[in-house]
Design a binder for this molecule. Structure first.
Ligand code: GUN
Length: 278
């Protein structure tokens, strides 16, 4: 039976330390979250981010816009936040309504306040092997979790499934920087299970239940980034936990694995940007 990669336990440990650190600051770090539209998952994520910020002592605000918001309105708001000295971290919750160019909006964020590390400046730094202002939250959380359980990445075959800018691409780069041999898989990949069977580490960020125990090499490490509700309303990940946990040596559960680590990274990144701004 695999060891559980417990994201809640590590979140509580890291955030306790962070809370102590923030309590010593005279001026508090400040996070602004832009939420456009009514995506139900986004509403939950954003509220959780605010609750966590409050717990840590980070000042936070959610700026809500209706589904039919114009691109110009969002760009103006980002401009205002870029110039607001009391705000040190800006997050634009994705996905954005379809009339909005995600790229234009992200590009507008001052890279020094880009708490997701999504601007071309920070992404460019990451992909050229330099150090960005901050690392994207979910990939950073995944590496913190692997490090906590002393999972060595050097020389290991890491298979990343999913090529989004939020998870797949940046986590692949970060694994490469840790000297893993990285294979990227996606919806056009043929013979996925042939590839996963050679993986020492699997990071799955697809949002569909695609990984079964029979696709795994004995003793591998499985990180499940997917989270969605199945037909019965149950929260599920990309990985069939029951069959996979019998084959893997370590496995992250859903919920309670990567999710809490993403929010932990957001809090860490907010404080890192604050300290850089001093
Ligand atoms: N939507 C889903 N994950 C994320 C994330 O990490 N950052 C932002 N901004 N939006 C998201």
């Amino acid at each position: 039976m695999a060891v559980i990669l417990d994201g809640k336990k590590l979140r509580d440990k890291i955030l306790e330390e962070l809370q102590k650190k923030v309590s010593k600051f005279e001026v508090k770090p400040s996070l602004a979250v832009i939420l456009a539209g009514e995506n139900p998952a986004s509403q939950i994520y954003v509220n959780n981010k605010q609750k966590m910020a409050e717990r840590i002592g980070i000042t936070s605000q959610i700026i809500r816009f209706p589904q039919n918001v114009s691109e110009a309105e969002l760009l103006d708001k980002i401009e205002e936040l870029n110039n607001d000295k009391s705000v040190n971290a800006i997050l634009v919750q994705l996905p954005l309504p379809e009339q909005i160019s995600k790229d234009k909006v992200i590009n507008k964020i001052n890279p020094a306040k880009d708490v997701d590390g999504f601007t071309p400046y920070n992404f460019g730094k990451l992909f050229s092997g330099e150090t960005p202002n901050v690392y994207p939250c979910t990939p950073k959380g995944i590496l913190l979790l692997l490090d906590e359980y002393k999972i060595d990445l050097s020389g290991k075959h890491a298979v990343v499934i999913g090529r989004s800018n939020i998870v797949g691409r940046p986590v692949a780069q970060m694994l490469l920087d840790r000297n893993a041999t990285v294979t990227m898989c996606h919806s056009y990949t043929k013979n996925l299970s042939q590839i996963t069977k050679t993986a020492d580490i699997i990071i799955s960020a697809v949002g569909k239940n695609i990984i079964k125990g029979e696709m795994l090499k004995s003793g591998c490490v499985v990180v499940d980034v997917g989270i969605f509700k199945d037909e019965t309303g149950k929260t599920r990940g990309d990985v069939d936990f029951e069959s996979s946990s019998k084959i893997a040596s370590y496995i992250s559960p859903v919920p309670g694995g990567v999710g809490p680590m993403t929010i932990t990274s957001l809090m860490l990144n907010t404080v890192e940007l604050f300290e850089k701004s001093l």
